[in-house]
Design a protein around this ligand. Structure first.
Ligand code: SAM
Length: 283
């Protein structure tokens, strides 16, 4: 990911941005598969309170962290690996009057800069699918307190992908390292790392649907994004390319919002607690 500010990027660098960095560079605040509707679902599963210490990993431009302070009054830290995203997060935090309420840190999900058992709630939205997912979840579990809640919102396949859909996704300008899963595989990823009491909600990919776009950004920011997209020839070219490619695979895409609780690791658990339930669900 390029770490320069969007205005400094050459045409070639703009074309090379992954879709979510490009959307964030245009000023989009919500860059996750289910749009804000799925974040509301995540909040309903998270049951956040004012006393919770919350971490949002791969926070993008910080929109979820800001909303958590505004709605629930929790103590929030947001972190991301991209300086481009962190610059957006810091500017949004300041614009929302949240400086001092939302800590903004650099952090890589596969090696987080926090002590063990630091957070009551750890949130991931649309990050795990881009990285070594076993290492990412190991880290997320490590920094969450025992009994703490872990929430993840990711892409999932609603329909088995054909070769064409996979090739579209893996193009260099799209998401070359991306690795989606179906619902059960996402759940098993967390189970392998000792996360229990897993609940999931699934829905259709909504990020680029016009109605959801306006609902997520509001009319004023939608107009600002469109103006910015039209302000440079390369932005227009990239937007058209993105829409053409995403629209063609949209019906196959969905999102999952998953919640679990940090419990004992699978190998430490009595067999009777884990195995029969999993066999039951697999049938
Ligand atoms: C699709 S965006 C989602 C942003 C934000 N969570 C949201 O829902 O609006 C993916 C985010 O993950 C970040 N990211 C990618 N790899 C990362 C890593 N290894 N560690 C931390 N963040 C990462 C990107 O910089 C980007 O901000």
């Amino acid at each position: 990911m390029n770490d320069a500010s969007p205005a400094q990027l050459t045409d070639e660098e703009v074309m090379d941005l992954d879709p979510y960095s490009f959307l964030a560079a245009l000023g989009k605040k919500v860059v996750r598969p289910g749009g804000h509707r799925s974040t509301d679902e995540l909040f309903s599963l998270a049951e956040l309170t004012a006393s919770d210490r919350v971490l949002d990993v791969g926070c993008g431009v910080g929109a979820t962290g800001i909303e958590i302070v505004q709605r629930f009054g929790s103590h929030v830290t947001v972190s991301d690996k991209s300086q481009l995203m962190l610059a957006g997060a810091r500017s949004n935090v300041a614009a929302a009057g949240m400086t001092g309420h939302v800590d903004v840190d650099w952090g890589d999900i596969v090696s987080l800069p926090y002590e063990d058992d630091s957070f009551d709630v750890t949130i991931i939205e649309a990050v795990t699918m881009f990285v070594d997912r076993e290492q990412a979840i190991r880290e997320v579990v490590r920094v969450t307190k025992p009994g703490g809640r872990i929430l993840d919102h990711e892409f999932c396949w609603r329909d088995r992908p054909n070769l064409e859909a996979l090739e579209i996704l893996r193009q260099p300008m799209m998401c070359p390292g991306i690795n989606f899963d179906d619902v059960r595989n996402w759940e098993m990823l967390f189970e392998r790392h000792g996360v229990s009491a897993i609940e999931s909600i699934v829905g259709p990919f909504a990020l680029m649907r016009p109605r959801q776009f306006v609902a997520d950004e509001g009319l004023r920011n939608t107009a600002r994004i469109v103006r910015r997209a039209c302000s440079r020839r390369v932005y227009m070219r990239k937007s058209a390319w993105l829409m053409r490619n995403i629209v063609s695979i949209m019906p196959k895409l969905g999102y999952i919002v998953l919640k679990g609780t940090k419990g004992p690791a699978l190998e430490d658990r009595p067999r009777s607690l884990s195995t029969p339930q999993r066999d039951e669900r697999a049938r």
